[in-house]
Design a protein around this ligand. Structure first.
Ligand SMILES: [Zn+2]
Length: 380
């Protein structure tokens, strides 16, 4: 069993310890100490980072109360080593985790729902609940969490005796055996938890829900707290500044600018379709021949207009209408329709004569053809 120094002191981050064991496996060297400040991956939270004996700790796990530190190089068994936890990294998680307790406590007292899933990594944080509440209700609780942060309430972590525990009403995700660590946010929440927490709610600084969604039979809430929320805020402001700069919007008018831009874009797309159709109509009419069968050759970037071109041909040609889209160098996509001929026969002939891939039915075929447009036109 490893002595968990972080249990009693969430702020301690430098320590000396004795190496009890060091084994090599696929993940590197597994080092067990007599005691550690490194919080392992546990309870949905990713582990602490830092160094041990000057070597980077790449992962920390716990099993049967033994904490294992993973290193890329070995440490000598019996040696005394200095451990340094990256406290800036640890503190961000403490802010995040303590905020989660307050929010989950409020969800529980207001709706009676339980926090049934918690995930806290360096990139994301999610809280899952076993009942539904709306985004507006979540925002009301967010406001309440921030009030509790401002009130500066104490957060404590203790191991109560069996008798004390039996008399205690507390939240817990699973049935617990052995000593239970109870984290209390004064007047707000009592919850079984193994992780380090801040000692006062004021240290959380700020709590912000970033997204909310229906999840299984309840909801999943993504959130940020403390310095991570500030970093995210700055990143979003920076994005907004970049958008304003790129699109020449005045500060504060970004949304109106984007709405106008979006409308302008859809107007332009509509006009583009109109122009393309006009171009096709003129092309089909100007190239009118006396034959039964008509062919229209379109530039490469007209592939979405092939059906329209085929319909335009239909007004002038009673036989086979073929549209080619592409170039002599790259080849053509083709689409053909007919109400009178069996086009599967035509496809067979095309395949005999040219390098053709494609398929279709009696009255419509499509595919690709590698040949010069003049040759294809003559063949058709
Ligand atoms: Zn917890």
């Amino acid at each position: 069993m490893t002595e968990k120094l972080y249990d009693k002191d969430a702020y301690g981050h430098e320590f000396t310890a004795t190496v009890l064991n060091c084994e090599e496996d696929k993940k590197g060297f597994k080092v067990v100490l007599d005691k550690t400040f490194f919080f392992p991956e546990e309870g949905g939270q990713t582990p602490d980072t830092g160094t041990l004996g000057g070597l980077e700790v790449v992962h920390v796990s716990i099993k049967d109360d033994v904490i294992t530190h993973y290193l890329n190089e070995p440490l000598e068994v019996g040696a005394t080593v200095t451990g340094k936890v990256d406290f800036d990294h640890r503190f961000l998680k403490m802010q995040m985790h303590s905020a989660e307790h307050i929010f989950s406590g409020l969800v529980n007292s207001r709706f009676g729902y339980n926090n049934v899933g918690f995930h806290l990594s360096d990139n994301s944080a999610t809280m899952d609940y076993d009942g539904k509440f709306s985004y507006e209700e979540a925002l009301e609780l967010e406001r309440k969490v921030n009030e509790i942060i401002v009130e500066g309430r104490k957060i404590t972590a203790v191991y109560p005796s069996k008798e004390e525990l039996a008399a205690l009403s507390y939240r817990s995700k699973k049935e617990l055996t052995g000593p239970v660590r109870i984290v209390t946010v004064e007047g707000v929440d009592v919850c079984a938890c193994c992780a380090p927490h801040v000692r006062n709610t004021s240290e959380i600084g700020v709590f912000k829900i970033t997204s909310w969604e229906n999840y299984k039979s309840g909801v999943r809430v993504n959130y940020l707290a403390g310095f991570r929320a500030i970093e995210d805020y700055e990143r979003r402001l920076s994005d907004l500044r970049e958008i304003s700069r790129t699109l020449s919007f005045k500060q504060g008018e970004e949304l109106a600018g984007v709405v106008k831009l979006s409308k302008d874009l859809s107007d332009l797309k509509y006009k583009e379709v109109e122009l393309r159709n006009k171009f096709i109509d003129l092309k089909v009419k100007s190239e009118k021949t006396d034959g039964e069968n008509g062919v229209c050759i379109l530039p490469s970037d007209f592939s979405s207009n092939m059906k329209y071109a085929c319909d335009a041909l239909k007004e002038l040609y009673p036989g086979v209408r073929t549209v080619l889209c592409g170039s002599d160098e790259e080849g053509y996509r083709f689409y053909a329709e007919s109400d009178t001929s069996d086009l599967t026969e035509l496809l067979k002939l095309l395949k005999e004569k040219f390098n053709v891939k494609g398929g279709g039915k009696k009255n419509a075929i499509q595919g690709t053809i590698l040949a010069k447009s003049g040759e294809i036109r003559n063949f058709l």
